[in-house]
Design a protein around this ligand. Structure first.
Ligand SMILES: *Cc1c(COP(=O)(O)O)cnc(C)c1O
Length: 383
């Protein structure tokens, strides 16, 4: 019998310990495994870079939640991305990505991979004609989609992009970090690979850094598995365990994140200090209808463009109290950031530059009244 998402999030890959009955499987904090005679591995375990039971547990639940046949867990989201690039690119390959992807993703391809003979082009992923033209212009190996995007909260049509990418012979990758598998499942919509920074919603408690790749294809799984083993940017047992613990509450957390973000967005729309609110849950958001079809909820991330330019935006980001000024997102606690000088500092001066009057909120699961009061009070100081 297949169980529903919430049940799988708690049980898949989490069978109780057969030796003691411990409900929570122990953390296998070990680098190596005793062999019963040379090559006599217990459960296939030999050395923890190739496999560790705690990492396997995480990979099992991740594959289940994304509807994939295999998942691979890494030391960070960028390590996961880099491993994917190593698995599928070769000198001369071309990558086409959205022009507002996570700054570190752009930097990875633009600064680390380009010197190895990779070409990179960026497009507006919400403009399907532009994407079609770009992927047909010359042989494209990877079409890299991030939706909702960071920090502009643009929504791109995963199903349509998968068709466009496949028609051009490209692999279609979706960074599902902002949505999480609870609200969006790219493999079911036609994507070939799902990328996660598990640092964010999956871990959910801002206490660990990690990343993952999920696929539904044996050939891709073999290539990625080889890079995971052969390069070794794996997640450590403790980090994998913390991520597993976070995943158990993913559904209830993301429901609350989404409700709180919707309330904050609605509370600040029309505020005199606010120029524009970017949240897909608002009916006036250009991606609202698509998001309603493609996502189960609208998620916990929103951006606010304030009037008064960079100085006002910085003052706003520095004057909230419950929302703490910090990089990152997706944890239970609310965070506020100034993308132009924080998360997106690496893309300043490029086509991916973000507006200077933009502030990004990761809405946490604290009391919604406290959150709304905090944001409106901070905006009140701008006048
Ligand atoms: C944070 C993030 C990454 C990078 O992940 P790390 O765990 O920081 O390496 C990639 N994509 C998105 C959308 C992110 O938010």
């Amino acid at each position: 019998m297949t169980h529903s998402f919430e049940t799988r999030a708690i049980h898949d890959g989490q069978e109780f310990d057969p030796t003691t009955g411990a409900v929570v499987p122990p953390i296998y904090q070990t680098s190596t495994f005793v062999q019963d005679g040379i090559g006599g591995f217990r459960g296939g375990y030999e050395y923890a870079r190739s496999a560790n039971p705690t990492r396997d547990s995480l990979q099992t639940v991740l594959a289940s939640l994304e509807g994939g046949s295999a998942a691979f867990s890494f030391a960070s989201g960028l390590a996961a991305e880099d491993s994917l690039l190593r698995a599928v690119l070769s000198p001369g390959s071309r990558v086409v990505m959205g022009n507002d992807v996570y700054g570190g993703t752009h930097r990875l391809v633009n600064r680390v991979w380009k010197p190895w003979g990779i070409t990179l082009d960026t497009v507006d992923m919400t403009d399907l004609d532009q994407v079609r033209e770009a992927v047909q212009a010359s042989q494209t190996t990877l079409l890299w989609v991030e939706t909702p995007s960071n920090p502009m909260m643009k929504i791109s049509d995963i199903g349509a992009l998968a068709e466009i990418g496949h028609a051009a012979g490209a692999l279609v990758v979706v960074d599902n970090t902002f949505a999480s598998p609870y609200i969006q499942q790219p493999l079911a919509l036609g994507a070939d690979v799902v990328v996660h920074s598990t640092t964010k919603y999956l871990g959910g408690h801002s206490d660990t850094v990690g990343g993952a790749l999920v696929v539904n294809d044996d050939d891709l799984a073999e290539k990625i598995g080889f890079v995971q083993f052969g390069v070794g940017a794996v997640s450590a047992p403790m980090e994998a365990w913390l991520t597993i613990r976070g995943i158990k509450t993913l559904g209830v957390r993301v429901d609350r994140h989404s409700e709180n973000a919707q309330a904050v967005a609605e509370a600040v729309v029309g505020h005199p200090a606010v120029e524009k609110v970017y949240y897909p849950g608002l009916p006036e958001h250009p991606g609202h209808e698509l998001a309603s079809r493609q996502m189960k909820r609208f998620g916990g991330m929103l951006s606010i463009a304030v009037s008064g330019g960079a100085p006002a935006a910085k003052r706003f980001a520095e004057s909230t109290e419950v929302f703490q000024l910090a990089e990152s997102l997706g944890g239970v606690e609310s965070l506020i950031g100034y993308p132009s000088e924080m998360t997106h500092a690496s893309v300043r001066g490029t086509a991916l530059e973000v507006p200077e009057n933009l502030v990004r909120l990761s809405v946490g699961i604290e009391s919604v009244d406290d959150l709304v009061a905090d944001v409106t009070r901070a905006l009140g100081t701008l006048g």
